[in-house]
Design a protein. Structure first.
Length: 398
């Protein structure tokens, strides 16, 4: 009998996408589904960057350089300079989405059996990338009661073993929306220097900080060899389908290693590099408008959630996600029930159960992640559905 690999068996399903068949079935029944399960913004991709692709003129759609077009990497130097990050084009490798940057970083920095520490709840696909690379994720739990602040240094110290090679931080955080402070980033700096670790920094949501300022891992001093920045245009410019990201580091040995992985996959997508290059020239106030819109949506959803009896939602400082604790017995069952068995005025809401964002079994069973990527009218309608659903759900905890 043919079998699949252990790696294939161990790959976890996406908590964000695994309920899609139930949503599709609900729509076929005529139910309107509000998608708060996935970080797919409804904000229009800027026309100017789409036009750059439409008006591109060449006779052959060639491979780009494996590190990405030099013209794009030079433009990114300008972008990074604007956010206080000083790099040169040779320190940037363009990747197929931020996902490939994470995977390349894992494979270049760690061997099979090595360990990476990640505060949980964390972006679910980190688990998948770790399994692909043969790496073990060691979770350190942050709590909804503290708004998912960075766990104490002692928790990191307890988790570090001779196999530990890196820490991963997502700032602002997906799925919690927590914005790590400068002091918290300095704590991470102390840890990686003391234990000679890499610090992988996923900064996909850098532009969306609502209170406080963003401290990049590349703002930290004295850790140039340790820091690996993982980036993407997906959320920044509402261009998720472009699949363009970047791995940025000043570690020359690491860049040389990542370059071999980049060469093996040939090159990143050409059209999306054109789009990304044009995006650097967007007006300086572009992010002011989008950030103001997301903040309005955040304020709407957090206010509505906390007004529902039995619900608690900390106020996220960035990104466009909120984590909420609900008076339910099992988030996975509840989220499926919403799509399979519930509707309110012909509508329902799709959420992501939080269990898939935790590495520790049993955690997150009463929590869900909500992506406030819809307009405030849709968010209010979705919250109406959720409020009624919690009254009707058979597994409600009183």
């Amino acid at each position: 009998m043919l079998t699949i690999s252990n790696r294939g068996s161990q790959m976890p399903p996406s908590p964000i996408r695994k309920l899609v068949p139930y949503a599709e079935a609900a729509k076929k029944r005529g139910t309107i589904v509000y998608h708060l399960n996935i970080g797919q913004p409804d904000i229009a991709t800027p026309e100017i960057i789409l036009d750059a692709v439409r008006k591109s003129d060449f006779k052959v759609l060639e491979y780009s350089h494996s590190a990405g077009n030099e013209s794009y990497r030079k433009k990114l130097v300008k972008y990074y300079d604007n956010v206080g990050i000083n790099v040169n084009p040779e320190q940037i490798i363009i990747t197929t989405g931020g996902s490939e940057a994470i995977l390349f970083g894992f494979m270049a920095c760690m061997d099979a059996g090595d360990e990476v520490i990640i505060p949980e709840p964390f972006y679910a696909n980190y688990n998948g990338f770790a399994i692909e690379a043969g790496v073990q994720v060691i979770p350190i739990t942050s709590a909804i009661e503290t708004g998912f602040a960075l766990p104490p240094m002692e928790d990191f110290e307890k988790a570090i073993t001779p196999k530990t090679k890196a820490i991963v931080i997502c700032n602002p955080n997906n799925p919690t929306g927590y914005l790590y402070s400068k002091d918290e980033m300095e704590i991470l700096k102390q840890i990686i220097l003391k234990h000679n670790l890499y610090l992988f920094a996923d900064e996909a949501y850098r532009e969306f900080c609502y209170e406080g300022t963003h401290t990049s891992a590349m703002h930290l001093t004295g850790v140039d060899e340790n820091v690996v920045l993982m980036d993407t245009i997906s959320k920044r410019y509402s261009a998720c389908g472009g699949r363009i990201g970047a791995l940025v580091t000043k570690n020359k040995s690491l860049l040389a290693s990542v370059m071999k992985f980049a060469q093996a996959r040939l090159s990143p997508p050409s059209f999306a590099q054109i789009l990304g290059e044009a995006a650097v020239d967007l007006p300086a106030d572009y992010f002011d408008t989008t950030k103001a819109e997301y903040k309005k949506r955040r304020d709407t959803i957090v206010t509505r959630l906390n007004a529902i009896p039995g619900v608690f939602c900390p106020n996220p400082g960035g990104a466009f996600y909120a984590m909420a604790k609900l008076p339910i017995d099992d988030a996975d069952i509840f989220c499926q029930w919403l799509l399979e068995s519930f509707s309110y005025n012909g509508k329902t809401v799709m959420l992501a159960p939080a269990t898939g964002f935790y590495g520790t079994p049993g955690l997150g069973k009463q929590e869900v992640r909500l992506a406030y990527v819809l307009n405030t009218t849709a968010i209010n309608s979705a919250m109406d559905c959720l409020e009624q659903a919690l009254l009707a759900y058979p597994g409600r905890i009183m």
